[in-house]
Design a protein around this ligand. Structure first.
Ligand SMILES: [Mg+2]
Length: 286
């Protein structure tokens, strides 16, 4: 791919959505609703999640009260469920000093219209003193993507719900994880940690600063798990790139990688994860 076609517009800044993009707050919403609805004899199965993602708390509450036919007003619902959310928010651990990583932080309560209105993105561009078309937005929700496009910005979508990529057609790019974000595609400097990785792989030129990652799932699954919540302990190691004169040597190397990863799980550093109930249980068992 030529530089001309791989580069879209040159971005000068990145605007990151917080809920669902930087923080897994949508997971918390599901956990709280699951517990809460039991009280009314209802069961949250996550299928309504797409109706609440990206909405303001009041809008999302209206959806839940109506969809589940709850015998209370939206305000009563909000006052009952808010303390449960506050408990859960405390479990989100932000890294100390995270605020210093951002030039500007804007809360949803600082604008009059929530997404899909572009107002919050216009406000961010204004405070950054950068023209909206030079902003790259990273968003997890459809209203967020709509808002970013309405502001005339480039938008990368990281859908927070599995198997929903096809709904994000208005985004300029859809990626599965923030780890797949390539700032250099938008004229921004590449991530430094990818460069650091390439230093361990001398055969990789600077231009190929992304090191290849070869995944192995060490667990055998009985069924497909599309759309399921997958919990992983990731064990990785870095080895020089190998040359394979035959398919057999390639397969042997892959098996060797697996053996090394399995052995690593015996190390004290990782052994606690082997028995971690969070990793061993499925969502349905909580
Ligand atoms: Mg969001």
């Amino acid at each position: 791919m030529s530089m001309a076609s791989s580069l879209r517009k040159l971005a000068s800044c990145v605007i990151l959505d917080l809920d669902g993009t930087l923080l897994n707050t949508d997971g918390i919403v599901s956990e709280v609703l699951k517990l809460y609805l039991v009280k009314y004899g209802k069961q949250w199965d996550g299928r309504e999640a797409h109706k609440t993602v990206g909405k303001s708390p009041l809008e999302a509450s209206a959806v839940i009260v109506e969809d589940y036919g709850l015998p209370l007003s939206i305000n009563e619902f909000v006052s009952e469920i808010t303390p449960m959310f506050i408990d859960q928010w405390h479990n989100i651990k932000a890294l100390p000093g995270w605020k210093e990583s951002f030039s500007v932080i804007i809360g949803g309560d600082e604008v009059t219209a929530g997404k899909p209105s572009p107002e919050i993105f216009f406000e961010a561009a204004k405070r950054l003193n950068i023209d909206p078309p030079k902003c790259l937005v990273i968003e997890d929700s459809i209203p967020g993507v709509t808002a970013g496009k309405a502001a005339g910005m480039e938008v990368v979508a990281v859908p927070s719900l599995p198997k929903q990529s096809h709904l994000y057609t208005s985004a300029d790019e859809v990626i599965n994880s923030l780890l797949d974000l390539r700032p250099e595609k938008w004229g921004l400097p590449p991530f430094e940690d990818c460069k650091a990785l390439s230093q361990f792989l001398p055969n990789y030129s600077k231009a190929d600063s992304i090191a290849p990652i070869e995944p192995w799932l060490l667990h055998d699954f009985d069924d497909d798990f599309y759309g399921e919540d997958l919990r992983l302990a990731i064990v990785g190691y870095i080895r020089p790139e190998a040359n394979f004169p035959s398919l057999e040597t390639l397969i042997e190397k892959i098996h060797e990688d697996r053996r090394i990863a399995e052995t690593a799980l015996e190390l004290p550093l990782y052994s606690k994860y082997r028995e971690d109930p969070y990793l061993k249980s499925s969502l349905n068992q909580i």
